[in-house]
Design a protein around this ligand. Structure first.
Ligand code: NDP
Ligand code: GDR
Length: 361
């Protein structure tokens, strides 16, 4: 029997990798997509086909995490064996600007799906995966962080995700729903959103190298993160729903780098020299010739910061047999390569005189 999966957040980084992964496994895959005034399906266009054509068993439904009626209706229609709840306002800094919306989509969104499973009587059929996060550890109480490490969330995003984490466990215990939390540490890829720090760095340095941009402005350069590759991490999301008993798992590489390390690794990959403050560079990042490559701009500081995260994924290794396959260096190299390609395309277009202004003339 073909298994049916429903992915919320299918247009995002993880959603795209997971949809591809599940289709390869022979699943029928349904995705929830919110309405937008511009196309927001660039990451999954290669999987989608027009209803009038033959193609992969991949279907999209309009819905929103803030709208119970759409979610319940989709779940009723699709009758999924597995739901992967990946949709979220996932940007930590933005959550300080939109705290209420973040709570609505990230906290209550998870509740809406669990309630739909319960109300539709699907508790013995539908398994539920919740995209939990290392941000729950926030002000860390223990290093490295594992499943038993106490939480101390440091942003409206993390507080909303804390609710989603606990409501997932509560519905598992109260109603016997197969529901689990994947506590995932940062994971990146060439299709990472452009405003997360890794992609911001690889994209900007590639553009600086080709003369398309002058300077990269960053916030806290000393933040430490445990960065893995999204492709590795979605495999674990699936594995978690294939166990006999539902459980929560930390997923991480167990290796930590700073934002500054990431800049250096990306610059090395591009053969660029980066001068740092104190090495002939002033407070704002300008060298003696007035040239700036990387500068700190306090607008990117957060009201409360998560300074250090490092995961211990021993439980996932032992119980799920999961190990990350892609190293930090390979991740940086792939991201730089892809951003350089796209910068080269932009540079070519610019060199041949195209500009948005000409287009509108
Ligand atoms: P992205 O930001 O790339 O994707 C988020 C997805 O959620 C997008 O498809 C987005 O749609 C959708 N979405 C946002 N708000 C709504 C809404 N109100 N209704 C419906 N859909 C919505 O995130 P990632 O793929 O990186 O992460 C996936 C999940 O995992 C998120 O929940 C994130 O919080 C969590 N997580 C991520 C980690 C990481 O390092 N990447 C680590 C730990 C947890 P649209 O495309 O229209 O914006
Ligand atoms: P994070 O990722 O907050 O860990 O959340 P992000 O890449 O945004 O920040 C990582 C660290 O880099 C510092 N930083 C900057 N961050 C951004 N975005 N832009 C900057 O210019 C910049 N300069 C320094 C940040 O302060 C932070 O310390 C991600 C998201 O995917 C969440 O959804 C997910 O839950 C967690 O990872 C695990």
């Amino acid at each position: 029997m073909t298994k049916v999966a429903l992915i919320t957040g299918v247009t995002g980084q993880d959603g795209a990798y997971l949809a591809e992964f599940l289709l390869k496994k022979g699943y029928e895959v349904h995705g929830v997509k919110r309405r937008s005034s511009l196309f927001n399906t660039a990451r999954i266009d290669h999987l989608f086909h027009d209803v009038h054509e033959k193609g992969l068993p991949f279907f999209l439904h309009h819905g929103d995490m803030t709208d119970s009626s759409s979610l319940t209706h989709i779940i009723q229609k699709v009758q999924p064996d597995e739901i992967y709840n990946l949709a979220a306002q996932s940007h930590v800094a933005v959550s300080f600007e939109e705290p209420e919306y973040t709570a609505n989509s990230d906290a209550l969104g998870a509740l809406r799906i669990l309630e739909a499973i319960r109300i539709l009587g699907l508790q013995n059929k539908t398994r539920f995966y919740q995209a939990s996060t290392s941000e729950l550890y926030g002000l860390v109480q223990e290093t490295p962080q594992k499943e038993t490490t106490p939480f101390y969330p440091r942003s409206p995003y993390a507080v909303a995700k804390l609710y989603a984490y606990w409501i997932t466990i509560n519905y598992r215990e109260a109603y016997g729903i197969y529901a689990c939390n994947g506590i995932l540490f940062n994971h990146e890829s060439p299709i990472r959103g452009e405003t997360f720090v890794t992609r911001k760095i690889t994209r900007a340095l590639a553009r600086i190298k080709l003369g398309l941009q002058e300077c990269l402005y960053l916030g806290n350069m000393n933040a430490l993160r445990d960065w893995g590759h999204a492709k590795d991490y979605v495999e674990m999301q699936w594995l978690m729903l294939q166990q006999e008993q539902p459980e929560d798992f930390v997923i991480a590489t167990g290796v930590q780098y700073s934002v500054r390390d990431f800049v250096n690794a990306a610059a090395k990959e591009l053969g660029m020299a980066i001068a740092w403050k104190g090495e002939g560079v002033d407070e704002k990042g300008y060298d003696a010739s007035g040239k700036c490559i990387v500068a700190v701009d306090s607008r990117y500081f957060r009201p409360t910061e998560v300074e250090t995260l490092l995961g211990d994924a021993s439980k996932a290794k032992n119980k799920l047999g999961w190990v990350p396959k892609i190293s930090f260096d390979e991740l940086v190299s792939e991201m730089v390569r892809e951003d350089l390609k796209s910068a080269e395309r932009d540079e070519l277009v610019k060199r041949h005189g195209y500009s948005a202004f000409n287009y509108h003339e």
